[in-house]
Write a protein that binds this ligand. Sequence first.
Ligand code: SAM
Length: 259
Amino acid sequence: MWVAVLTLFPDMFKAITEHGVTSRAIDEGKLEINLWNPRDFSKNKYQSVDDRPFGGGPGMVMQVEPLLGALEAAKAAAASLGKQAKVVYLSPQGKVLSQKAVNTFAKHDALILIAGRYEGIDERFIETFVDEEWSIGDYVLSGGELACMVLLDAIIRQLPEALGHDDSAYFDSFAEGNQGLLDCPHYTRPEVILAKPVPEVLLSGHHEKIKDWRLQQSVLRTLERRPDILEQLKKQDALSKDVEKILSQLLKETEADLK
Ligand code: SAM
């Protein structure tokens, strides 16, 4: 996958290009990240990229011209590889990112991500050049770099063979292997710590029982922490028979406790 990011702070991306699973995927060529700084395209002698908002008010606004220079350079680089990239602006006003959206992003061949700063970007640039606006949640960051990195990290986990078998994304929360539910709890050595033993079933070596226990834990966690996910799956008629059975058992137990 080919990605370009338009950012005033390219060094921030070392967080994902130089560390962990993301850096390994980049080194192995699963994803290529190209960074374009709008400041390099400023025609102004101070290389400024922002100006005061029309109508007054606090803060500054990113100007069209430096961003357009960076966008054209990124599009030309994509075109030289025969790729046409979707242009995505990370913004608190976009659609809120979900695992489903990330999985769709991971199928793209090329993306151009835009990280805003200050009060944001001149609206005329967004209207003219941005294909999609995406938010990483209902809160406001100081800049779009972290949001771009969140999206890229999540995409990388979905790229074929980007993760080793041991950290496969297939059984993560929200993933297919977990039937869209939250992941089960995990334990490692030693068997007893903080006066807490590991749940016995995990030491049994009985694969079917372990699988059943994990599913039961996933359903329980989702019920306790994110009942909205279960509601949603129910509405979509996407609850498996196994999950329905566990759920009705859990609900019966809760009713019995209340009596
Ligand atoms: N004035 C803008 C507003 O209230 O909608 C916020 C601008 S914010 C300080 C600066 C930049 O951070 C934005 O242009 C955007 O790129 C990024 N940003 C902030 N919060 C974000 C979020 N929740 N998701 C994605 N990007 C975000």
